[in-house]
Design a protein. Sequence first.
Length: 279
Amino acid sequence: MLSYRHGFHAGSHADVLKHAVCAFVARYLQQKDAPILFLDTHAGPGLYDLGSPEAEKTGEYREGIGRLMPHAADAPALLSDYLEMVRSLNGDGGLHTYPGSPWLIMALMREQDRAVFHELHPTDEASLSALARRRHRVHVDKSDGLRGLIAHMPPPERRALCLIDPSYEIKTDYALVAAAVARAWKKFPGGTYIWWYPVIDRARVRAMEVAMRAAGIRKTYRVELCMSPDTPERGMTGSGLFVLNPPFTFPDAATAALPWLADKLGAAGPLTAGWLLPE
């Protein structure tokens, strides 16, 4: 949806979970020398100014990354690389800039890796293109990310880490995302897919779970961090990730990290870390 701007939510509790998992999984996959395709379906501008009117209007980063940085030295393994990258971007010890997933991916990329970032919003696409300019093997595509996800599978590298994180502002997005992930997985069942979702209406989350089972998807681990209990009232209470084909180290890392995250973020909702679909 072209009206959506993630700058209002940059560095929120949802970003913390999503980006920490992305960095952890990427680091694991890079233990092998073989190249990886990194694909981001809804990339955004790449970097966020936390002093911007958008970020200051909601202040979500203060309740997310702002709460974690003072405790970064004690962070569990799931968050250590991610928090170190945020720290390195804010070299004076403050917190002025937040890295979106494209910046994190480009910081992690090796010479042999490749990245494809999809972004439809013209302003965000222009910012991301400027950030990625002169970067080797990085392509910014102003096109629909869900179609791009399907089109790029299977990648010539035969290894892929795909981040799927739309805004879900349109209710039909839930079904569209589930269908796109299913098609991509069928074309390339060996890829690793990190599929983010908001917890707004629990029934919609369950519908995506049903869609995965119906598609025959296997080996999916779920991590969910909720700031407050589920409620029929309007508003997002938390967020989660379906991680298809996670590293074998991921379940233990996620289980250890969630209580730490909940404590530092002041989360009072349910925490989930477990297999949704077995291998």
